[in-house]
Design a binder for this molecule. Sequence first.
Ligand code: AMP
Length: 285
Amino acid sequence: MQVFREKQPLIQAIQKIKSDEKSLGLVPTMGALHEGHLSLLKTALKETDQVVVSIFVNPTQFDNAEDLEKYPRNLEKDLELLKKISEDIWIFSPNAHELYGDKVLSQNFDFEGLELVMEGAFRNGHFNGVGTVVKHLFEIITPDKAFFGEKDYQQLQIIRKLTEKTGLPVEIVGCPILRENSGLARSSRNERLSTQSREKAAFIYETLQDVNRLFGIESADYITTWVENKFKGNPYLKLEYFEIADSETLKKINTKEKGKQYRAFVAAYADDIRLIDNIALDNSF
Ligand code: AMP
């Protein structure tokens, strides 16, 4: 396993991969790795010849200084986990200067409205930060395929839009959400939950499953009010938003149409930890 802290030696190593006509996969992460990240890596190892895992806590995508400061970082532990999956992967773990140069700033993107809803509405500048860092990574690493989790479904759609708009020749592969036994979506942030909150947070996915059952018989408006009331009755979780949206455009739906794909999205706080989750809705009604 090779760890690159600087981009130049990595670029040279990649040139060799390209000249040998091997395919290159990228799994971008912010570290504090868990089974969710590792599932992306396993898919990348199956689908490409050489995999790069980037580990970088990207400052420009945080709108909250405390959240950035408290974001868990443990490179040694991450490397141990990665080594258990494969000795052949390359790790890119740069500092902010190496990735951004002198100015650690976001570019402004137009993601055609995808950036304005849900996470974009509640986290100021978040998707400009995500777009900027992913664009830098794509330009440095030039992957054939890049692997992103459906856990951050809105981000996945935004990255698809980013590649469409920039014309960067990379295939975006979406990977399913990995969950703890309780159903809670795996997240680096779960480490910061108390034992009690971690148990209570299973409520989020239980609710999403109920939503999926209700979706065949009730309207989106009815279900939204039902979810809001359900959260009001739960003293351990504070709902930030719940939305049922078109899976492609992420636009909130008014009426269901046959043949279209929909998803339900939640952001909620347990203690002061912000958790997000989503579910694909069964549209065979
Ligand atoms: P992060 O380190 O949180 O930025 O996540 C890096 C990548 O891992 C993103 O593409 C996430 O969507 C993905 N990811 C995070 N948690 C999960 C999960 N529970 N299941 C699948 N993918 C995940």
